[in-house]
Design a protein around this ligand. Sequence first.
Ligand code: ADP
Length: 499
Amino acid sequence: MNTSNFSQTNTLAFDFAENKSALLTAIIESSEDAIISKTLQGIITSWNPAAIKMFGFSEAEAVGKHISLIIPSDRLKEEDFIIGQVFQGNRIDHFETLRQHRDGSAVPISLSISPVRNKQGKIIGASKIARDISEQQKLAEKQGMLAAIVDSSDDTILSKTLDGIITSWNKAAEHMFGYPEAEAKGKHITLIIPKERLDEETFIIREIRKGNKVDHFQTERMAKDGTLIPISLSVSPILDRDGNVVGASKIARDISVQQADAAEKERLYEQVKALNTRKAEFIGLASHELKTPLTSINGYLQILHKSVKEEKSQQFLMKSQKQVKNLIRLVNDLLDITKIEEGKLNFIMDKFNIRDVVADGIELISIANNKHRINLHSDLNELVIDGDYYRVEQVVINLLTNAVRYAPDSHEIEVYLERSAEEVKVGVRDFGMGIPADKLENIFSRFYRVDDNSSVSGLGIGLYLSHQIITGHKGRIWVESDFGTGSIFWFSLPLTHRL
Ligand code: ADP
């Protein structure tokens, strides 16, 4: 066995000696590096395929030419230096420089040059091996750019191994935690983790090992002086070329300002809420206190109305009664608002014909004002719904009152009563000032008034109450309006299906 091995090695040595020149040629031909030889005068004597590719000249074009063929004019002096070194029998290793492609573009290369000797040992030329380092340079540039970004970032950026050893630490990290880079690098990450939060690190590393990211994890870390800093942490796995997780990069943002803002907002919100409750309590109390004397004034006025005979006094009494009624209506609306806020706006449910409600409402408003004619358009008679008669009437009266108030120069109001299979629809159309389109969505909000209509006084309560009442009956209320032309307010309520 030994013998056979010996003879095999011998044969190989023999083959190698025989074919040395052919082997060298094959290596030169297949090399990815440009391999060029030249005389001491700089005349190119050989030029391999990689040189053709790198510099764009064919072998025929390059051999016999001076090497300055590929040297940019501002670097010609380098050649003198190189030849000087070769003359002295010195090698030049990994000399980074630029050469020129046939098309004029610069080729960044790393050059290694050796003297070539003849059999007598005399230096007769030089061989050059040139490696294209443009990719390497691009990579270095990219790395430099990334390093600059990391360095100038306002966020803390650091990296660590899977065992938690800190491997990089940017300027923002120095600033946030008070440890200079030299002090932090090489230490365990627990340097900045408060004791009671050590478990978090175990969780984060577990996720990272699985290749997962941890995003916007809100926590606290500890600075050198012991201060706790609220941060939002994003951690990503660092992968090697083969895709294995070898560490983690962490970006930490100081969120103390946001937290302080959120706390301040919360405080203000609570304050506004408390003030709102007090305001509602006040409105409730004041309306209640107002209602008692108003009710007795109303009663006395009614008694007086019966006993006073003189015509002028009768007229004054009627006007006073009308004003007192307006006041009572207002106070009742305010009381209703308080009830809604306390969740106490209850409905006394009954079955009734909504046509009666509409007709009653029209009659009531017509008696109180003779300027507008109110026309009911409907040939439907029996429209039974389930609801609170008094509250639905309140809505009808409210819409009719608004139609009168916000259309002072017109004389007609149209009322529509329609039905579909499931519901009944009531519409009140006026030909008054209308509502601008951008105000329509707020019209049913509490205390909301349209500035453009401020010539008419009011508190912005009626439509809010109407909305609460109708939605409380599982119905809908809405408005269509043309500013300057008029409006139509609609509400719909589910019909009762009688068996
Ligand atoms: P107010 O007592 O102020 O009339 P409402 O809640 O009834 O309170 O109405 C809210 C606002 O909607 C009013 O201030 C007015 O600007 C507007 N508005 C209500 N009805 C009409 C209407 N028919 N035409 C024009 N604007 C109206």
